[in-house]
Design a protein around this ligand. Sequence first.
Ligand code: FES
Length: 182
Amino acid sequence: MAKAAENKRNLPQVGLDRGELDQIISRYIGKPGSILGILEDAQKSNQHKYLTQDSLEYIAKRANIPLSRIYNIITFYAFFNLKPQGKHSIIVCRGTACHTRGSKNLLDFLINLFGFKEDDFSQDGKLYLTTKDNKFTIKTVACFGQCALAPVVEIDGNIYSRMTTQKLQKIIKSIALRGNKK
Ligand code: FES
């Protein structure tokens, strides 16, 4: 008992409600594939839809999983985020099929549209940009596995095939208009 109390004292501070995180962990613990479920729900419960360093350390300790393994999982799955997300996400596929069919043009269009500068470009060679007003995050992915529909773009979880800059502009405009009406 004293040991459990001591362990709890040693747990790192988390960037989200610790009680909520405890609930998530107890929902999954002991089940097959539990770590994926824990990470997914922890990300969803974060206001900015990302996994903070603190929460990952906390999960590692509580679920008794090495932190390095957790990072391996997060970096393997494109849907996990280690940085705060904009309200809307736009993910451009940069795989070969999509590149051949113009995904670089789509990306350049978005970079110009949102006025990103070269200095904004990210870490680890991966593109990861969020507008200053936190409305949009632009990311790239290696392949959505939908190469026959290239070029593919995912916007707020919806997959769009054979994307063009005109279609992209229209979708972004309608998202912005919806936001203004709220
Ligand atoms: S290369 Fe874009 S979906 Fe596969």
